[in-house]
Design a protein around this ligand. Structure first.
Ligand SMILES: Cc1cc2nc3c(=O)[nH]c(=O)nc-3n(C[C@H](O)[C@H](O)[C@H](O)COP(=O)(O)OP(=O)(O)OC[C@H]3O[C@@H](n4cnc5c(N)ncnc54)[C@H](O)[C@@H]3O)c2cc1C
Ligand code: FES
Length: 283
């Protein structure tokens, strides 16, 4: 990613000017979340890596950081999945094919993919945390030979809140993906696991030397998932977390996302747990 200091004067304004991207597909996938496929103005690739985010803007309303949910191996178009929670995201609910959305980025540090090559990848996603991790999952699936085991643990509050159900069916059917899903509270249709996501961890057999864990979910989840991984003796530097902080500029200028000396928008949102463990406010 380009840091602000590295931008030449004639490029400086580009950092704050959104590119107008066209919605090419859109679908409300749960009561609260809508999935969008977008195309850059000249059809070019967004140029992101898994774990990075964009600033999405609607003129007159505002901006919000949103993770890129598609893999960079998908060419020409990229995907977002947005939960309707406030001013901007509720306006975006009405956006459909052909509408234009402002996009700045991609920003931040994603997963260090080159360090993941040849490793077993353990994905632990809670709720909407599956959105950024789906970019990593699809990258691994598109480059399957370059990685070891792909283990996906996914938890949601209820069956109705599970995202990307068709892809979940595909992960279940594949013999090169170990997929485990749980919901906090089942309903009459649910025949799978019930319980919080940490209930899936004790049964896992992991090679601690070769396994990398990538965790994204609500703040409360990190503490208990990390405790569970540590009880399996996983090393701190084999664990990656993605931190959500309130962001404004997305490029290290406004300080909204700062935790002590760390800027979540530039130094993260993906962090190695060993690096942020000493920061008390981080998790
Ligand atoms: C790196 C990153 C990636 C993200 N990726 C995604 C994603 O892929 N999909 C997704 O749906 N969301 C994602 N988010 C979260 C998303 O950016 C927020 O939900 C965003 O604030 C929504 O904007 P809004 O204008 O609709 O909501 P807002 O109107 O800003 O309100 C959002 C919520 O925050 C509360 N709120 C508003 N202002 C404040 C304040 N000053 N202090 C405390 N609470 C306040 C509101 O009551 C509401 O509950 C991501 C956030 C980060 C930092
Ligand atoms: S969002 Fe402005 S400094 Fe990080």
């Amino acid at each position: 990613m380009k840091r602000f200091e590295d931008v030449k004067p004639q490029e400086a304004q580009d950092l704050y000017y959104p590119a107008m991207c066209k919605v090419t597909q859109a679908k409300q996938i749960t009561d609260m979340e809508k999935w969008y496929e977008l195309e850059m103005p000249a059809g070019q690739d967004l140029g992101h890596s898994p774990g990075q985010f964009v600033e999405v803007s609607v003129f007159g309303v505002g901006e919000a950081p949103i993770s890129v949910s598609s893999s960079p191996s998908k060419k020409g178009r990229f995907e977002l999945c947005i939960r309707q929670v406030g001013n901007l995201t509720n306006v975006l609910k009405s956006y459909d094919v052909g509408d234009l959305v402002g996009i700045r980025g991609p920003y931040g540090k994603g997963y260090p993919i080159e360090q993941f090559l040849g490793k077993d990848i353990l994905i632990i996603a809670g709720g909407i945390g599956l959105v950024p991790l789906r970019s990593l999952i699809n990258y691994v699936l598109d480059n399957r030979k370059d990685f070891g085991r792909l283990i996906i643990l996914y938890g949601a509050k209820t069956p109705a809140e599970l995202l990307f159900k068709e892809e979940m069916a595909n992960w279940t059917a594949r013999d090169d993906v170990e997929f485990h899903v749980t919901v906090d509270q089942g309903d009459e249709t649910w025949t799978g696991n019930t319980g919080v996501i940490t209930t899936l961890i004790p049964g896992l057999e992991l090679n601690l030397n070769t396994t990398i864990a990538a965790i994204t979910g609500p703040p409360i989840m990190y503490k208990f998932v990390i405790m569970s991984l540590k009880s399996k003796q996983m090393a701190d530097d084999h664990i990656y977390v993605s931190l959500e902080r309130r962001m404004k500029c997305g490029v290290g200028k406004c300080g909204h996302c700062q935790i002590n000396g760390v800027y979540c928008c530039q130094d993260g949102p993906v962090f190695n747990y060993a690096d942020i463990k000493p920061l008390e406010e981080a998790l």
